[in-house]
Design a protein around this ligand. Structure first.
Ligand code: ADP
Ligand code: PLP
Ligand code: ZN
Length: 297
């Protein structure tokens, strides 16, 4: 069935808990997508726990999977989705995969979360950053950096909404027509900034969505957010603001349920080991109540 959108999702797998593919596959399936996960790593659990054990897929192993698909004529995808990528050789191979997928479907949408770090700290080798800037950004259709990643990609500090909007223009000029800054922390408030530039000759359509900052530490929210943005932006192809409203409303619904479930169980939601209550949030994912609105800028 070529009319069902099909996503190749190259992300982490955790045996227990929800980051990477574990945070992306189920929500996209609920939204009606075929999702084919390639697990770039298989870890026992996410990095919020004190111990992590597991295996890392290397570039050649990734390529073997792609060759298997190709040999069976199974390389038709509407979307490629990537998140955390730990090594240079794996990143280079992901770019090869993208080329192959676009040879089969020139309209393939590449949704890239350029995972590099957060709150001023890298969680990849800093040597990867220039490769993201020079090779990955130019081929991405939608880019979903956080504030830190935006600063690294544009080489400038982002402290105000105005600077963020300007940085989106910088990224548009490099390639992606859609840029979503998933969170901008300004005066202890959280903003999502969206910028949609389908046409190079027209100014970008930009918007902001304000969110309350929940006093808790979540892992996997970035991965879930990017998956939801992929899903809703495909359903609302000419309305990125609407897609973002739905994604934010859905995500905040998941976070509210997560907090209240932990509180009911008598567990402090400040724990870094906290897990998203994804399975319990099916309704929030498949039919979010529009509680957050985009303001056009
Ligand atoms: P990443 O994990 O990639 O750094 P973000 O921190 O931007 O991603 O989080 C992604 C989304 O998760 C944000 O857009 C926001 O909606 C939500 N989020 C994450 N943490 C919180 C929080 N403490 N309070 C409210 N929303 C949050
Ligand atoms: N732990 C592992 C193993 C991951 O792969 C990731 C992201 O892919 C994270 C934690 C953090 O996810 P996020 O940035 O969405 O909080
Ligand atoms: Zn992230």
């Amino acid at each position: 069935d070529v009319r069902t959108p099909r996503v190749l999702s190259i992300q982490s797998h955790t045996v227990q808990g929800y980051v990477g593919n574990k945070a992306a596959v189920f929500p996209l399936q609920l939204l009606g997508f075929e999702v084919d996960p390639i697990n770039s790593v298989q870890f026992s659990n996410h990095t919020g726990y004190s111990i992590v054990r597991g295996q890392v897929l290397d570039g050649d192993q990734l390529w073997a999977l792609i060759e298997g698909l190709e040999a069976n004529d199974l390389l038709y995808y509407t979307h490629l989705l990537t998140g955390y990528i730990g090594s240079l050789s794996f990143l280079e191979m992901v770019l090869q995969v993208l080329q192959k997928l676009r040879a089969v479907n020139p309209n393939l949408i590449y949704v890239c979360d350029p995972v590099m770090g957060d709150e001023g700290k890298f969680y990849i080798k800093p040597e990867l950053a220039p490769v993201f800037r020079s090779k990955v950004v130019p081929v991405a259709s939608m880019l979903t950096p956080n504030q830190f990643e935006l600063e690294i990609l544009t080489g400038s500090s982002i402290r105000t909404e105005k600077e963020a909007l300007q940085a989106c223009e910088t990224l548009h000029a490099l390639g992606p027509s859609q840029v979503i800054i998933t969170s901008l922390d300004i005066d202890n408030k959280l903003l999502l900034i969206g910028s949609d530039k389908p046409n190079k000759d027209e100014p970008a359509k930009q918007f902001r969505i304000s969110m309350p900052k929940i006093p808790a530490y979540f892992t996997g929210t970035g991965d879930l957010m990017t998956a939801l943005l992929l899903g809703w932006s495909y359903k609302y192809q000419n309305d990125l603001a609407k897609a973002a409203e739905l994604a934010v409303s859905s995500l905040q619904g998941v976070l509210r349920r997560t907090i209240s479930d932990y509180e009911e169980a008598g567990v402090s939601p400040n724990l870094k080991q906290l897990e998203l209550r994804l399975v319990q949030s099916q309704t929030e994912i498949s039919s979010p109540k529009l509680a957050y609105r985009a303001e056009k800028l």
